[in-house]
Design a protein around this ligand. Sequence first.
Ligand SMILES: C[S@@+](CC[C@H](N)C(=O)[O-])C[C@H]1O[C@@H](n2cnc3c(N)ncnc32)[C@H](O)[C@@H]1O
Length: 204
Amino acid sequence: MVDTVTRDKWDKAAPTFDLMASRGAEVRWRPAKEALFSRMGDGNILFAALGTGLDIPTFPAGRHITAIDISPKMLERAAPRVAAYDGEINPLLMDVHEMDFPEASFDQAFTACTFCSVPDPVNGLRAIYRVLKPGGELCMFEHTGSRYYPFKPMMDLMSRLTEKLGPAMNRATVENVKAAGFTVTEVNHIYLDVVKTIIARKPE
Ligand SMILES: C[S@@+](CC[C@H](N)C(=O)[O-])C[C@H]1O[C@@H](n2cnc3c(N)ncnc32)[C@H](O)[C@@H]1O
């Protein structure tokens, strides 16, 4: 069944998404995203979720990428960036919780500000686990909640507002990745403990 609530929320966010996201933080985070995406190898890559494609200019050239998103309006806006990519990106309208791909389809999966946005993060991560090959790598750039006072209560409060229009700012993503069955191999703090890159592996 299509999750129309999530789809409609992100369809509404699409027209202003680039204006809100493409300056400030995105510019500051670009080197960390480039470093993360430089791990993209020659195999089959899953990217969840593509959004308006702001991440595409930071992808290395020549890769084979299947990029999903739940929002048709986000994917519409991503189309020119997909077309400009020097490699292959196949954009698909799909809910990360209910992906149509056979088990063990991908060598690597990448996410960027995705698991602050999907409604059921552990089940979404389990779905990625299913479609990764054994030994496959999950590489994430994510907002997460803080462990520290006063950030934790502040972010819990903020999330009640932000998740109505877009992402939640207080997710326990490292713990969620472990709960989905992955082995976490690396966590890098990009900004305080609230923006992280996470590398994890599906056991062989
Ligand atoms: C904060 S945006 C990030 C987009 C892009 N990765 C970026 O960093 O610019 C979150 C994206 O997740 C998508 N999304 C939310 N829930 C989803 C789901 N269940 N399945 C697939 N995509 C989803 C939204 O449509 C939106 O494009």
